[in-house]
Design a protein around this ligand. Structure first.
Ligand SMILES: Cc1cc2nc3c(=O)[nH]c(=O)nc-3n(C[C@H](O)[C@H](O)[C@H](O)COP(=O)(O)OP(=O)(O)OC[C@H]3O[C@@H](n4cnc5c(N)ncnc54)[C@H](O)[C@@H]3O)c2cc1C
Length: 394
């Protein structure tokens, strides 16, 4: 392609966040072009992705406005309940629990659990139907300048793009963030998350189970077809050991650790490892530039918060752009920063604290956490408040 493309927003990165933002913007009249270094999402790329994501109801509203939910929904599993089990005692067996039921806060479900690969494929299909959206796979940003009146970019296929706003949706290692001179605060926990698909003999009935073991949580998120997505967090060495086991030995360890919560686990494959780190960009904006999703914030996969926080960035930015004459105006970007910063910092601190308290080997902290869970489990008003806050509603 050697043309000049005119658009309102140029989005770098077409992961879940970049594609969702493209569809959300273009569904309400803001022109958007999204580029991604990877191939076009397909059934084949979807089958290689092991991550699943629980998208909570406020996020579903954003995907509905993006026109993507009708395409994602048929493959999604309703998340009707969440059970948290404390297993932080002297032996790794459940010693306390709290059950959160969506019906208690008047809903059919907290949200829906989707396979990331299938969700990306559905979003790409939605974008194809939108006159104001364009998705360019296997394309990167080669160079760009931000001027007072716009962004002028050259893509790796030779095309030139004139936009009002450049958005970094290019993940944890964001080049947009670095090029804008925005710094990063980052820390790790010497932990990794092991993700895979599991088959089990007891039906999940739409309930996710998060078992808080010393070293990290073991979480099962229900998927369509009676299977579940597993996320098992452990200290680095233990995670590497589990990932290297043969299938039979891995199943033995998983069955022993899961204490039969879903009956017997009969299949768990293939396995993928993700390092657990927290990072926050030191700013969300620069001249004619905004960061969203993991380019702006990332943390360990605990409590189903990462992409849900990203969907709130997307909703805020799309609402500001809708009908705006200049999607990259200083005042618009300042409002975006003001609206999103408190939520991002609070959610990052909350997940960091939760992860530290779950993985700790300190007995008094584990006992305190158990007490907190026990009080939550037995106190309906507190439980309702926790469910509302957990969904990202205030
Ligand atoms: C095991 C696991 C379980 C999780 N479960 C949940 C959950 O239940 N609920 C929840 O809310 N969140 C969950 N998360 C978090 C969620 O998966 C992520 O927040 C989300 O997938 C990140 O999306 P993203 O688009 O921000 O980043 P990415 O997926 O990293 O996408 C970035 C994209 O940018 C592209 N890119 C990078 N650089 C360039 C460049 N220079 N030019 C062009 N393209 C570029 C890449 O190709 C990539 O496609 C989980 C995460 C993990 C690891």
């Amino acid at each position: 392609m050697s043309e000049i493309v005119e658009t309102d927003v140029l989005i770098i990165g077409g992961g879940l966040a970049g594609l969702a933002l493209t569809a959300r913007l273009a569904s309400t009249g803001t022109r958007a072009v999204c580029v991604d270094a990877g191939p076009m999402p397909s059934a084949e790329t979807a089958s290689r992705e092991q991550r699943t994501t629980a998208i909570l109801m406020p996020g579903i509203e954003t995907l509905t406005k993006a026109g993507a939910w009708p395409l994602i929904g048929p493959d999604a599993q309703a998340l009707r309940g969440m059970q948290i089990l404390d297993c932080g005692g002297a032996t790794p067996v459940p010693r306390d629990e709290a059950m959160f039921d969506a019906a208690e806060i008047g809903g059919e479900a907290f949200g829906w659990n989707v396979e990331n690969g299938k969700a990306r494929l559905a979003m790409a299909q939605r974008i194809e139907t939108l006159a104001d959206a364009r998705f360019l796979p296997e394309t990167t940003l080669q160079s760009h300048v931000t001027r007072e009146d716009g962004v002028f970019a050259t893509l790796s296929d030779g095309a030139s793009v004139r936009a009002k706003l450049l958005v970094g949706a290019d993940g944890r290692g964001s080049a947009v963030r670095a090029n804008a001179g925005i710094g990063l605060r980052k820390w790790g926990y010497a932990q990794k998350a092991l993700a895979c698909r599991v088959h089990h003999t007891r039906p999940h009935e739409g309930v996710s189970i998060e078992m808080h073991h010393v070293g990290g949580p073991l979480t099962f998120a229900p998927l369509q077809g009676g299977v579940s997505g597993l996320v098992w967090m452990n200290a680095d060495g233990e995670a590497d050991r589990l990932a290297a086991l043969d299938d039979t030995a891995f199943l033995d360890e998983l069955n022993s650790r899961s204490n039969g919560v879903y009956g017997e686990i009969t299949h768990a494959a293939p396995r993928a490892l993700w390092p657990a780190t927290t990072q926050v960009a030191t700013d969300l904006i620069a001249r004619r530039t905004a960061l969203v999703a993991e380019a702006a914030h990332a943390f360990p996969p605990i409590g189903a918060q990462g992409f849900n926080l990203s969907l709130r960035d997307i909703e805020a930015l799309a609402q500001l752009c809708e009908g705006a004459e200049d999607a990259g105006a200083d005042s618009l970007l300042a409002t975006y920063k003001r609206r999103r910063t408190p939520d991002i910092l609070a959610r990052t601190a909350g997940v960091d604290l939760l992860n530290r308290s779950v993985r700790t080997t300190l007995r008094p902290v584990r006992d305190l956490r158990r007490l907190g869970l026990s009080v939550l489990g037995r106190t309906p008003p507190l439980r309702k408040l926790a469910m509302t806050l957990g969904m990202g509603r205030s």
